[in-house]
Design a protein around this ligand. Sequence first.
Ligand code: NDP
Ligand code: GDR
Length: 355
Amino acid sequence: MKKALITGITGQDGSYLAELLLNKGYQVHGIIRRASTFNTKRIDHLYKDPHNEDVRLFLHYGDLTDSSNLNRLIEKIEPDEIYNLAAQSHVKVSFEVPEYTAEVVGIGTLRLLDAIKETGIKTKFYQASTSELFGGLPETAPQNEKTPFYPKSPYAAAKLYAYWITVNYREAYNLFACNGILFNHESPRRGETFVTRKITMAVANIVKGKQDKLYLGNLNAMRDWGFAGDYVEAMWLMLQQDEPDDYVIATGETHSVREFCEKAFKCVDIDLVWEGTGIDEKGIDKKTGKVLIEVDPRYFRATEVDLLVGDSTKAREKLKWTPRVKFDELVYMMVESDLNTNIVHEECAFTNIIG
Ligand code: NDP
Ligand code: GDR
């Protein structure tokens, strides 16, 4: 039985990847952080009582800031595959906690790679790289593996280090290490403070009368949004190849935040019309004239990434990977899920403050 170790197993991608690997018959080990409340809600459905015999999911306390913990776990588990998904993954938040972000995202990746090298275990390593690496060069779109990098946030700069240290350990120590340069991917399990989920939660809350208005930042930002369930398959495929390599994973389509709002509200039969420009812009319910969306500059970033769209030809040819879920289906899936969930108003109020 193959063994996999996932850092960031409690996150959006970690939960889909754990599901995929368990379905493929793997024994899955995940690193979780100690928190004052439970942080395992995305993987609770995969949990089995460890007193049973057929348990294949094991959770271990750990943290990417703790080298001795990582060394010990890698030595003990001896995984065939390691997926490094753990990160302080919020771009806007990285401007507020730049040092911590660099510590976890950048040096955390080095700690894992060095643990592999030092323990000498034979394993394959996946690094969660990101389209944010291309942030500052919109004229290069669509971006592929050869596009130059220009990080535009502390998060992206830390991911740049993680990208290159992964390449360096592959070249210097012959490790099987891959970078998946993934463009934005979303799902009903997306963190509540990322823009897509913030929008779909607000749609559901507005319909249920639990929220009046949605406050957003830059409505003009354009992103290549795919479905997380499709993207974790690409991660796995990268580690099944004969040679390690780096791959862009994307849908090849790009849409603005404004367009995402329109589609999401359309799912509940609300047509949005826009009035004003810049920070005065409002999204209005065409039928009732009610203002449903307002711009709040608090969500603007010190430096913004205006346009991302990926060219994943290499992955499509070499990995035979294609995204299945289209943009419209993704928006619908997320709105429907939030409509069926009993979201508490307070949670949403917080999202409006910190998202
Ligand atoms: P999430 O924010 O949903 O999950 C992040 C995970 O990392 C959580 O399990 C979190 O634990 C864990 N984590 C955070 N800090 C630490 C730490 N110090 N030590 C150990 N674990 C930690 O991210 P996603 O699932 O969306 O993304 C997965 C990875 O892919 C991330 O590295 C992200 O940067 C990258 N990425 C994501 C993209 C996307 O569109 N989703 C696109 C490209 C790259 P906890 O639950 O306790 O907070
Ligand atoms: P991103 O995702 O920064 O692309 O990083 P996010 O959903 O946070 O922002 C996308 C775009 O929407 C604009 N925006 C807002 N964003 C948030 N969060 N909240 C708002 O209210 C809001 N209004 C407008 C942003 O300015 C931005 O342009 C995600 C993360 O998953 C990273 O970890 C990953 O590496 C990249 O995707 C690829």
